[in-house]
Design a binder for this molecule. Structure first.
Ligand code: ADP
Ligand code: MG
Length: 204
């Protein structure tokens, strides 16, 4: 079972990854956006870990609700409300149980990803974070490692796509040939989940 501590560690490992990869994410965003995605993710996730340290929420749902709230309030770019919605909606689905199963997380995460699609009006193939999140949610039912693999494949598969949503869509055909920054940060978020699950010996 996955408890509040597991979810806090997920957020901490994700924050470390965003910090380490901030320059890379910003470089990707400089090719097809406005060169702020790494800064946005670093700032947002630093606020998440600071809030978790301070408030020490006691359930998985409360951890993700607080994390999502921080992303929405500290990230100015499109990615803040989108990732914030992902975590808040996932947290809401988990309710106030002290611990949840991998199956419950899969269902909740799927609802979270659907909420991102509704908020941003994007679908698979639009060259957004959803191209990593949708396959990850589907593969999470199999295993955490499968979710990471699916997110990585999905993120890399954005390279030949033309962006149809967000800032990169203003570039039209010139958005082709670059990975989507948000799909790459979504991979880092899912990879952080898989890393924490592997460290815990959570196979599912
Ligand atoms: P901004 O585009 O406002 O500068 P960021 O650079 O932080 O914000 O985030 C850009 C990323 O957000 C994109 O690479 C894409 O993955 C994601 N994104 C943008 N618009 C949408 C949308 N409508 N739906 C889903 N994801 C989106
Ligand atoms: Mg940007």
């Amino acid at each position: 079972m996955l408890d509040a501590d597991f979810f806090c560690r997920w957020m901490t490992v994700a924050a470390n990854a965003m910090e380490r990869q901030a320059e890379f994410l910003t470089e990707l965003d400089s090719a097809i956006g406005d060169a702020d995605h790494g800064t946005n993710m670093r700032r947002g996730f630093a606020a998440v870990t600071a809030a978790l340290d301070k408030e020490a929420p006691q359930t998985p749902g409360a951890v993700l609700a607080l994390a999502g709230k921080q992303l929405i309030s500290t990230v100015g770019g499109a990615s803040g409300p989108l990732y914030g919605t992902l975590l808040r909606r996932t947290g809401k689905e988990l309710g106030d149980a002290p611990a949840v199963s991998a199956e419950e997380l899969t269902q909740a995460f799927t609802a979270g990803v659907e909420a991102v699609a509704r908020l941003g009006g994007a679908a698979a193939g639009d060259k957004t974070m959803l191209d990593a999140l949708l396959p990850a949610a589907e593969a999470l039912g199999m295993s955490f490692d499968a979710a990471e693999y699916a997110a990585r494949s999905g993120a890399l598969a954005t390279v030949p796509l033309q962006a149809r949503k967000g800032r990169a869509s203003y570039l039209g055909e010139r958005s082709i040939g670059h990975p989507d920054p948000g799909a790459m940060s979504a991979l880092f978020l899912v990879a952080a989940l898989a890393a924490v699950a592997a460290a815990e010996g959570e196979g599912a």
